[in-house]
Design a binder for this molecule. Structure first.
Ligand SMILES: [Zn+2]
Length: 170
């Protein structure tokens, strides 16, 4: 019976918090892209801006997305799903890494359950997901959005969604 669980998504690496300055420049670039797109978040109801960015596994191209709210609430789209839907509609369905950016004091904003499933659809491997905080006060002060000592959560889709649902038919 053990074979029935052998394809379960299991993270190989545990989540950890590192500093922005220790990240590979390609990850810093991804976070900057998420920062830029976050400023276009359409959030007239919550005011809670989120930006996301995913890098294509094949071309290396970065696809970004922000959250888009709606007066009827149910049709809202999160930043992660906006980014992935943009990528898929442009012909990209494989990703090597993702980044999510929002701001709440004293806590990282990780993807919601719906987005975890959405990311999993396009992640056969345990792709790393970097979660950082966007400090809005720095925008007002015209400072750099990230500083070397800023904490960044390095997680992955299998950490975020273990034992996930997936069809193995395709
Ligand atoms: Zn979401």
């Amino acid at each position: 019976m053990k074979n029935l669980t052998k394809n379960f998504a299991r993270a190989e690496k545990a989540e950890e918090v590192v500093t922005y300055g220790s990240l590979d420049p390609s990850v810093q670039e991804l976070l900057s892209a998420a920062f830029e797109v976050r400023q276009r978040a359409y959030v007239p109801y919550s005011g809670f801006k989120v930006g996301a960015a995913f890098r294509s596994k094949v071309s290396g191209q970065i696809f970004t997305g922000c959250n888009v709210e709606n007066a009827a609430f149910t049709p809202c789209s999160c930043a992660e799903r906006t980014a992935l839907a943009k990528a898929v509609s442009e012909g990209t369905t494989e990703f090597s890494v993702g980044a999510v950016l929002a701001y709440e004091p004293d806590v990282f904003t990780t993807p919601c359950g719906v987005c975890r499933q959405f990311i999993r659809e396009f992640a056969t491997d345990d792709i790393p997901i970097y979660v950082a905080q966007a400090i809005d006060a720095r925008i007002t002060a015209k400072e750099e959005p990230f500083q070397n000592e800023d904490p960044v959560l390095c997680t992955s889709i299998f950490n975020l969604l273990p034992s996930s649902f997936r069809t193995y038919r395709k």
